[in-house]
Design a protein around this ligand. Structure first.
Ligand code: NAG
Ligand code: NAG
Ligand code: NAG
Ligand code: NAG
Length: 504
């Protein structure tokens, strides 16, 4: 009800304003406020809303400045300026400085003013303490006279310098009176017609559009943010990586199995069964179902042989390979387990065809949790299988891949990985951090891994991997991974995080 009453009032006010303008032709908003006995602010509101109806009125802002005497200035008018009062307090034969300072209100200001005006002088060597003397015969209280002139509307008589001085002393102030000068516009009317916001089929049919006024588009209006879900920043970065792989002609591997047998996770990758990574301290083992039973029999046999006896020019690890160890189910520790499955599948085709695969998905390791490690994270992996690809090809692909991420300067450092040889760590120069940062790991898969699958002898497979979390943290300036992943994530951060653009 309150709203309605207010609206009626403001509608009325608009019409009253229009009537006044009709009467005076041109009028100042202050005059309108006085004539209508309304608050000036309400008049300004009415003017603004009338302006929404098009060229009904012409409005020009006006700033009139006025000088006004402050409360303190009024006191000075009544009682004289402090400096004048100091002068007056000094007798013909001089007065003790301490006495003068005590007697007069605001004496400190007055005294220094009188001194700088050279109205008075001090003799410090007098008996009984410093004495002040009049320095001139007679004087007029200019400050008081100026203030009086301002009060009586005669501000023009006073020089700029004096005005500035009075303003600085807070005895007078300049007041800006903001108002609007209003005239009739080309479409002036006494009764406002709400302009149409949309052209309807009805208006076209009955021809009423011809006589209607239409509201202008407001191109400066901000759109209402659509109520929509928001991708987690990690998923935005994932899309950016996926886009780069797709641009480079890679195909995404199916990574929808978090549980994997040790066979595909370790044995197929020529990782020995006594390797520390296969310990319960590093890997999560599944208790139910604890073991997998279905494996390609011939391939399993060849993997067993290459581990225990060697083959394809390798002497193997020479230990007693056990099927029971390979059967153990684990949460996959890397997406390379998926790459192994895909390469095995590739090897089963009658004719070898080169492939470029990628995957971005979750892996699990029994890490000690800290600011940069969680027990699960995302691995980004790229794999290229072709005849006679070399370490040089790997470097070339890496340069292209990271160039698309905006990382131009790369360095490679020899490294050791269980299933690649040679292996290289990849470093990128970070212009923001001004240093070389490790950004990935890479290598050429060992023949002990590829040949048992049945891939031709001249087929090499190059691969590289990196984590998804690390570049995202660098990108968003997050230094604790728990702020990015997990139950402590601030949903506002997800809401506010910008569109991902990988400019490292
Ligand atoms: C002038 O100053 C007095 C205070 O001394 C104040 O009450 C008054 O509103 C001022 N006049 C204007 C027009 O602002
Ligand atoms: C006014 O000035 C006289 C001296 O001229 C001084 O004695 C008196 O205290 C002053 N009063 C005020 C209110 O400043
Ligand atoms: C502004 O000026 C008008 C006269 O033009 C006067 O009626 C009004 O009170 C002034 N407003 C202020 C805030 O000084
Ligand atoms: C993870 O490792 C710790 C020792 O580092 C061990 O105590 C714990 O049981 C392991 N967790 C699982 C689920 O294997």
């Amino acid at each position: 009800r309150v709203n309605r009453a207010y609206k009626m009032n403001s509608d009325n006010l608009q019409e009253c304003v229009l009537k006044q303008i009709d009467r005076y032709e041109a009028v100042d908003s202050n005059v309108l406020a006085a004539a209508l006995e309304t608050d000036h602010q309400a008049i300004v509101g009415a003017i603004k809303s009338i302006q929404c109806y098009g060229d009904v009125i012409k409005v020009e802002p006006r700033n009139t400045k006025k000088w006004n005497v402050t409360e303190e200035g009024k006191q000075v008018i009544k009682n004289g300026s402090y400096e004048y009062n100091i002068y007056q307090a000094i007798s013909a034969e001089g007065t003790l400085q301490s006495e003068v300072l005590q007697k007069i209100p605001n004496s400190k200001i007055g005294f220094s003013k009188a001194m700088s005006n050279k109205w008075v002088k001090v003799d410090k060597k007098c008996e009984g303490g410093p004495r002040v003397f009049r320095n001139i015969e007679d004087l007029k209280d200019e400050t008081r006279h100026s203030l009086l002139a301002i009060q009586n509307g005669g501000v023009e008589q006073i020089g700029e310098k004096v005005l500035a001085e009075l303003k600085k002393r807070k005895l007078a102030q300049e007041i800006v009176n903001k108002s609007f000068f209003i005239q009739k516009g080309g479409a002036f009317c006494l009764k406002l017609q709400k302009p149409e916001t949309d052209l309807t089929a009805q208006m076209i049919q009955d021809g009423s559009w011809k006589s209607k006024t239409f509201k202008d588009y407001n191109y400066n209006a901000l759109g209402a943010p659509p109520a929509a879900g928001h991708l987690h920043p990690l998923m935005k970065v994932r899309s950016a990586y996926r886009q780069i792989f797709l641009e480079m002609g890679f195909t995404e591997m199916p990574t929808n199995n978090f549980v994997e047998s040790s066979f595909w996770n370790f044995d197929a990758l020529f990782q020995p069964q006594q390797h520390p990574a296969r310990d319960a301290h590093d890997t999560f083992f599944i208790s139910d179902p604890a073991a997998s039973t279905k494996f390609p029999a011939e391939y399993l046999e060849r993997v067993k042989t290459v581990h225990s006896k060697g083959g394809f020019g390798s002497q193997g690890y020479r230990y007693d390979w056990k099927i029971a160890e390979a059967q153990k189910n684990v949460l996959r520790t890397h997406t390379t387990a998926v790459s192994a499955r895909m390469l095995y599948k590739l090897a089963q085709q009658e004719e070898f065809k080169p492939v470029k695969y990628f995957s971005i998905d979750r892996v699990f390791r029994n890490e000690t949790l800290d600011a940069t490690h969680l027990a699960e994270f995302h691995q980004v992996e790229g794999v290229v299988a072709d005849r006679s690809v070399t370490l040089g090809d790997l470097m070339g692909v890496l340069r292209e891949f990271f160039r698309k991420l905006g990382i131009e300067k790369l360095r490679f450092k020899p490294a050791y990985n269980p299933y690649t040889e040679p292996s290289m760590e990849v470093f990128g120069y970070h212009p923001g951090l001004k240093k070389w940062v490790e950004i990935g790991n890479s290598g050429v898969f060992r023949p002990e891994m590829l040949r048992p699958m049945g891939l031709p002898e001249d087929v090499n497979v190059i691969a590289w991997g990196l984590s998804l979390e690390r570049p995202t943290m660098i990108k968003l300036g997050i230094d604790n991974i728990r702020d990015l992943v997990g139950h402590k994530v601030d949903l506002q951060m997800v809401y506010d995080s910008p569109i991902c653009q990988m400019d490292f």
